[in-house]
Design a protein around this ligand. Structure first.
Ligand code: NDP
Ligand code: 8X3
Length: 247
């Protein structure tokens, strides 16, 4: 029987690439996101691979519970929906942006996981794959709350594994570095020129690269749990520690 992946944030970027990849491999898809037109377009493109589409804002606890609480067996929950907003220093940032990131990247992951996990535990099988970021481990100016939400996702993933010991439910934390998606258009609130500048004159990760890795992670033998993976473009690395010099 075909396996099923539930993807949050399937309307763009990593989630959309995963939908295509898993469909090509014969999986069934449950696709979610806020943009109905994008979900409909994917459904048209991928045909019978799409079991259902759900217009869903992961920040809405009750809506998540209603939409995801009574699904047929989900083999993989891909907690992918997320965003960064702004790059201002902490003392200038719009507090609403911080709240939106926490509500989406932290609470959204909590709501989806808590809703889908009981059925996985009852079946003694399934896999939660959480998308973090290098920003969760490596601070940078303006990464303030975005990076912190991803640090939460990493530790949440590890703690889920601690709770799940003794079951065959797997949990993986995947931390990509810079990848060209709609991420920067969202972060810079439609300033497409600034967004394009993030990827100019370099070769970032592509959404398909991440979809390949997620495919691999989801298809290792059932007794193997990949705990965490960090992935960057070969053209990205770490900087030195910053020093402010007065003279
Ligand atoms: P995109 O902006 O291309 O995709 C983000 C997806 O998240 C969209 O499908 C969007 O759908 C969905 N989403 C955002 N907010 C909500 C919400 N409240 N409810 C439901 N869905 C939501 O970016 P990426 O593909 O790059 O981002 C995917 C994940 O990868 C995010 O968690 C991001 O933080 C992470 N990431 C991205 C990196 C990058 O450089 N691109 C690197 C490391 C991690 P819709 O708007 O239709 O709701
Ligand atoms: C996205 C990568 O470096 O813009 O998570 O935070 S970064």
């Amino acid at each position: 029987m075909a396996k099923t992946i539930l993807i949050t944030g399937a309307t763009s970027g990593f989630g959309e690439a995963c939908a295509r990849r898993f469909a090509a491999e014969g999986w069934q898809l449950i696709l979610t996101g806020r943009r109905r037109d994008r979900l409909q377009a994917l459904e048209q493109e991928l045909g019978t691979a799409v079991s259902r589409t759900l217009v869903l804002d992961v920040r809405q606890r009750q809506a998540v519970q209603e939409a995801l609480g009574d699904l047929p067996a989900v083999d993989v929950l891909l907690n992918n929906a997320g965003l960064a907003l702004g790059l201002e220093p902490a003392w200038e940032v719009d507090l609403d942006d911080w709240e939106t990131m926490v509500d989406t990247n932290v609470k959204g992951v909590m709501y989806c996981t808590r809703t889908v996990l009981p059925a996985m535990v009852a079946r003694n099988g399934g896999h939660v794959i959480n998308i973090g970021s290098t920003a969760g481990s490596w601070p940078y100016p303006g990464g303030n709350v975005y990076g912190s939400t991803k640090a939460f996702v990493e530790q949440f993933s590890r703690n889920l594994r601690a709770d799940l010991l003794g079951s065959r439910v797997r949990v993986t934390y995947l931390a990509p570095g810079m990848a060209e998606t709609e991420f920067s258009q969202v972060r810079f609130k439609g300033d497409d020129e600034r967004a394009a500048g993030v990827y100019a004159d370099t070769e970032p990760l592509r959404p398909e690269d991440i979809a390949d890795i997620i495919w691999y992670v989801a298809n290792v033998p059932a007794h193997v749990n990949i705990n965490a993976l960090e992935v960057m473009s070969v053209y990205q690395s770490w900087g030195h520690l910053a020093v402010h010099r007065q003279r």
